[in-house]
Write a protein that binds this ligand. Sequence first.
Ligand code: ZN
Length: 291
Amino acid sequence: MNSALNAKGIIMRAFEQFRLKSCVNFKPRGSEYHFISAQKNRGCSSHVGRSSKYGQPLSIGNYCDHIGIVEHEFLHALGIWHEQSRYDRDEYVTIVWKNIRCGHERNFVKVSPHYSTTLGFPYDYSSVLHYSETSFSKGKGPTIITKQPEYQKIIGQRLEMSPQDALMLNKLYGCSKCRLCGMSRCTKSLVGGWKRMKTVIGGPYSDFTNLGKTDGTGFFMHASTASGQEGDTARLESREMTPSRKCRVQCLQFYYYHSGNELDQLNIWIREYRDERDPIGTLRLMGQITG
Ligand SMILES: [Zn+2]
């Protein structure tokens, strides 16, 4: 990453969103042939998908240091085209060719189904990969008109990837197989350890997020101490989180359901890393929940 410092912070925040919303993770380059080289060139741009060996450039230039724009470019690098390039886009938008700045028409061509796929998803006007109504306009009117007028001002949003952008990314990368949301388990001695469950006899009967709504669709992590002995432990470790540059604070929030023995303990540890040169970090006990 050789971008200016401000963009670096935004890029790290975007990576955090990828980690939270999908199983896609970014790490500093080791000895890989294929890698993304984030650079501060002219404009914001990226190849769609993997391109050259020895570093494919991804430009985060002036005015590109916004999280939605950075997500947009990295989604390209991960293989996703512009939403209005979908081969079925003419059913959803009209391209006003006469309003497009000369020489930029190729940005509005459709990508044939030989080179792209919708993965079965409907057209998404709120995609972070959709152009706005005035993208590449001569200044004499819109270049894109949505067939459903209520979406005219929605296209081009650059706040963050849309829920469907995230779903698409997850499908493309087979993230549903990442069953533990990036967490890893380690059972020291407790039989069974942590398990991913939909429901447990005796409770909880569903996960908290879906409580009372759509039963049986969500999951939670469960450890039973029913057959455990004193001193048995099971550990559940989350993936690393990167606090945003501005506040340098990361919230940890979770719901818990305790129906075990009053001697059972749930310990919450946090490992904090000073910087990239601190691979081990410092482990601190943040809280202890007992029966
Ligand atoms: Zn783009």
